[in-house]
Design a protein around this ligand. Structure first.
Ligand SMILES: [Zn+2]
Length: 193
């Protein structure tokens, strides 16, 4: 069975080298919608695959990191990167360009890592991330599956090359959230949410 949960965030970017002039040459924003799809052949004690309420914790926080932020590709023009970091306190730097395709891959590896580190306490069994859909507009989306997310051809997403600005980290319940994911610390789901 597959379940899906939708999240929203507002984000600004430039997608260098794409075909559309407006996208590659002008800073602009989108109202993104992200869908996380989880799969299991089992149900927990509440007869659910994975309680949606549990997704409102760390998972939501990771996605919300991108809200009202500018997402930057580390290989973009140095002067542009420097100006964005100086004038926007919420920014994220990625090792890949912030296209919908790459956003879906980035969310996949982040949420997948979080799931692997999370200990479930309500009988959830063999719950795996099936795919991540990122809607960039009302009509266009990208969907990353496991093979896409970890594809070297599409670009390795190394957590050491992802930077969340200080203002973003400060907004997290635990300002060390990403450091803990990188250090592979255990997260235990609350008994009740
Ligand atoms: Zn765009």
């Amino acid at each position: 069975m597959i379940i899906r949960k939708m999240f929203k965030f507002e984000n600004a970017h430039i997608v260098r080298n794409c075909s559309t002039q407006r996208c590659r040459a002008s800073l602009h924003g989108h109202s993104y919608r992200v869908e996380l799809l989880f799969e299991s052949n089992f149900l927990d004690h509440g007869q659910m695959v994975y309680d949606f309420g549990l997704m409102k914790q760390n998972m939501k926080e990771i996605i919300d990191s991108f809200d009202h932020a500018v997402t930057l590709w580390c290989d973009d023009d140095a002067a542009y990167l420097e100006a964005m970091m100086r004038h926007s306190e919420r920014y994220v730097i990625l090792p890949v360009s912030p296209s919908a395709e790459q956003f879906s891959r980035v969310f996949f590896v982040l949420i997948d890592a979080l799931m692997h580190l999370t200990t479930c306490v309500n009988g959830e069994k063999e719950v795996t991330l099936h795919s991540v859909i990122v809607h960039e507009t009302a009509t266009g989306y990208a969907q990353a599956f496991r093979d896409d997310a970890y594809s070297e051809v599409m670009g390795i997403i190394d957590f050491e090359q992802i930077t969340f600005s200080k203002a973003i980290q400060k907004d997290w319940n635990d300002p060390n959230l990403f450091e803990k994911i990188k250090a592979k610390k255990e997260f235990v789901n609350p008994k009740k949410v």
